[in-house]
Design a protein around this ligand. Structure first.
Ligand code: NAG
Ligand code: NAG
Ligand code: NAG
Ligand code: NAG
Ligand code: NAG
Ligand code: NAG
Ligand code: NAG
Ligand code: NAG
Ligand code: NAG
Length: 425
């Protein structure tokens, strides 16, 4: 409690941390990318300790000219057309705790199974999101499944999408047992079926949404620079799109990867591609173009379903990066005003809001799922060192301890995303 009484101090300290963080983030763009691509490979259910590549395989740091800026949280935009804005509010104590645990949900990915992995503190489990101007009821699996009878619901995006779908799955499996009907080789794209309700739930791996060629070896280490077509979409999701009644879709952090960009099959620029003699256009350019293509597709699709467009999800590495000792061991949420959003998340969210706004002019059947700010307030919800099983056990003392301050513990704050989703339905 004490630490949170002196708001200003914390705010200042944390702003500093975030400015530092922004600088590190940009400078270590390359390193971060490796981190991401390595995270993606750990979709398997088993614990796997061959984790991150060692320092010496990292490419040299890249200097970026953009100035790091810390931006304040959005203005007090409480009421939207007289309706409650579900995304403005704060986290309040909720003694009832999570509806599932490591013992009642069997499908939690090992790297997010913080309870099983020995995370000692449990405070992070006892908060719920409380919108400022309305009541947000707890997610009701019964109601949700009834609503989903004879329907199909899919999540399209990167590993945060998978994190989200697992949370939903854990909650729903308290009500009805689910059949695991499909997974690809790496458990990145998956489908589940709820027989009693004739309900299909799936997750489609498409971290860029746009058509990408990623070159990686078996360990997820890039062997060549990614090629991304900003005007073409990934047919992993577009091919099936019309079959879905409900969709959650998001872009995100994969746009920070070293990438060469194409439009009309011609190179138009790149992001972090030293030695390639290609104009650096930055990830913002690419992200905007790709979201425009995505929205164009969705607005012109015949699908009469309902699409949630999710905004970027922030990470909480402090005092360093994933590979330079950055950690996230806070055990309480922030209050509004105690934290500033980082440069990259601010930039991404701005593009997302603008492109969404633009697409809304086409009267599309799409809702903004703006989880960025509420998630920013939960530095305590990440696995941190508990991404691995008992990291400090004697038998692990020679293993490097790696922090994950990007994905979310299950159970954890991401469960609240479902409360909001349910309310929007
Ligand atoms: C762990 O992952 C590495 C790299 O993907 C793989 O070679 C190894 O077989 C895995 N080990 C286990 C126990 O799954
Ligand atoms: C990684 O680099 C840091 C800083 O250069 C160094 O202190 C650390 O020992 C290195 N770790 C490994 C595993 O090489
Ligand atoms: C922000 O919203 C609260 C609650 O509706 C209101 O009392 C307050 O005056 C608002 N502040 C500003 C600066 O608009
Ligand atoms: C769940 O986590 C607790 C610690 O929080 C641990 O004692 C227990 O063995 C775990 N159970 C399973 C099934 O993983
Ligand atoms: C399921 O939905 C499809 C498409 O909306 C409809 O054609 C079909 O009759 C429904 N089946 C049942 C059993 O309700
Ligand atoms: C669920 O998916 C299967 C396989 O794609 C399909 O045959 C079935 O019609 C789907 N059911 C619903 C309700 O969408
Ligand atoms: C870089 O590209 C430009 C324009 O395509 C070309 O004129 C120049 O020779 C290239 N430089 C190198 C070092 O390849
Ligand atoms: C995509 O960008 C074009 C050109 O800037 C614009 O005219 C169009 O409205 C955008 N489409 C959507 C769906 O945002
Ligand atoms: C968090 O970790 C840092 C670095 O290991 C340590 O100095 C600090 O005391 C820790 N804070 C908490 C609340 O555990």
């Amino acid at each position: 409690m004490k630490a949170f009484n002196s708001n200003n101090v914390i705010k200042k300290q944390f702003s500093l941390v975030f400015v530092k963080f922004a600088v590190c983030f940009l400078v270590l763009g390359f390193a971060y990318r490796l981190f991401l691509s390595n995270f993606e490979q750990f979709s398997q259910i088993e614990v796997n300790h061959t984790v991150f590549v060692s320092n010496d395989t990292l490419p040299p740091p890249v200097t970026v000219s953009e100035p790091p800026v810390a931006v304040n949280l959005p203005e007090n935009q409480t009421l939207l057309n007289g309706k409650c804005d579900l995304f403005i509010g704060d986290w309040v104590r909720d003694p009832s705790g999570p509806v599932y645990t490591n013992a009642t949900c069997y499908s939690i990915e090992s790297h997010q199974n913080c309870m099983k992995n020995g995370r000692p503190d449990t405070e992070y489990l006892y908060w719920r999101w409380n919108p400022r101007d309305c009541e947000l009821p707890r997610f009701s699996p019964k109601k949700f499944l009834n609503l989903m009878r004879n329907k199909s619901f899919t999540f399209i995006g990167d590993s945060i999408m998978r994190n989200h779908v697992q949370s939903l799955l854990c909650i729903l499996s308290q009500e009805e047992q689910v059949d695991d009907v499909y997974h690809d080789e790496q458990y990145k794209s998956r489908r589940w079926y709820f027989p009693i309700h004739d309900f299909n739930l799936s997750v489609i791996w498409s971290p860029f949404l746009a058509k990408a060629t990623v070159f990686e070896d078996d360990n997820g280490v890039p062997t060549d620079i990614t090629q991304l077509h900003l005007d073409k979409l990934d047919d992993a999701w577009t091919g099936e799109f019309d079959n879905f009644d409900y969709v959650v879709i998001a872009g995100g952090k994969w746009y920070l990867k070293s990438t060469i960009y194409y439009e009309k099959d011609k190179i138009v620029g790149c992001h972090n591609c030293p030695g390639k003699n290609i104009t650096q256009v930055g990830f913002e350019y690419a992200y905007r173009k790709a979201l425009n293509s995505t929205m164009k597709f969705i607005t012109s699709s015949k699908n009469k379903g309902y699409t949630f467009f999710r905004t970027t999800t922030p990470d909480h590495f402090e005092n360093g990066e994933w590979n330079t000792g950055g950690y996230c061991n806070r055990t309480r949420p922030f209050k509004e005003g105690e934290v500033d959003i980082g440069y990259v998340d601010e930039a991404m969210r701005k593009i997302e809001l603008e492109e969404f706004e633009r697409a809304s002019e086409f009267g599309l059947n799409m809702k903004l799922f703006d989880t960025t700010v509420l998630s920013l307030l939960r530095p305590d919800g990440h696995p941190g060192v508990y991404r691995q099983y008992h990291p400090f056990a004697v038998e692990n003392k020679n293993k490097k301890v790696q922090n994950d301050c990007l994905h979310w513990c299950l159970p954890g704050p991401i469960d609240s995303w479902n409360d909001i989703m349910m309310q929007m339905l």
